[in-house]
Ligand binder design. Sequence first.
Ligand code: HEC
Length: 148
Amino acid sequence: MSLFSSSPAFRVIRISALLASVVFAGSLAAQSRDDIVAERMKPVGEVCLAGEACAAGGSAPAAAAGGEFSVEATYNASCSMCHASGMAGAPRTDDGAAWAARIAERGIDGLVANAISGVNAMPARGMCMTCSDENIAALVEYITTQAQ
Ligand code: HEC
């Protein structure tokens, strides 16, 4: 036995077995590296159109507060850009007189209808495509009462 194990032929077998296992382990490692690369090369986000169910999650403003519609968060995300600054001639949220004049002219329902359909430089739904008509009505109520 000891004579056999020290023979050069047995050593060659042992070494080649060792080499084979190293190559085998190396190919396993290469395999899992490929998987990791494939994982890293996946697109970061999937295309999700506004209004689709998938758009309601994550960064959609209407879902800002844990899936619940939040008037304040949606105002900040969708309406304040124009209505806080008066950009593009938007009536400012803090301009109570401007809102009072508009309400006197066509009523709160008229304002809501225009906010939904868009009017002049006011885009439809203030570009909040996840907002329902009720959400817009709540936002109009919010905007028109901030100055009071
Ligand atoms: C891109 C800028 C912009 C954004 C964003 C925007 N608005 Fe406006 N909004 C305007 C402008 C400009 C007007 C004035 C339109 C006019 O009367 O000529 C306006 C007018 C309005 C009016 C008055 C409509 C009327 O009949 O007098 C309401 C109500 C309103 N916006 C609500 C909203 C709400 C709610 C949001 C957010 C969901 C929003 N807006 C987002 C620009 C914007």
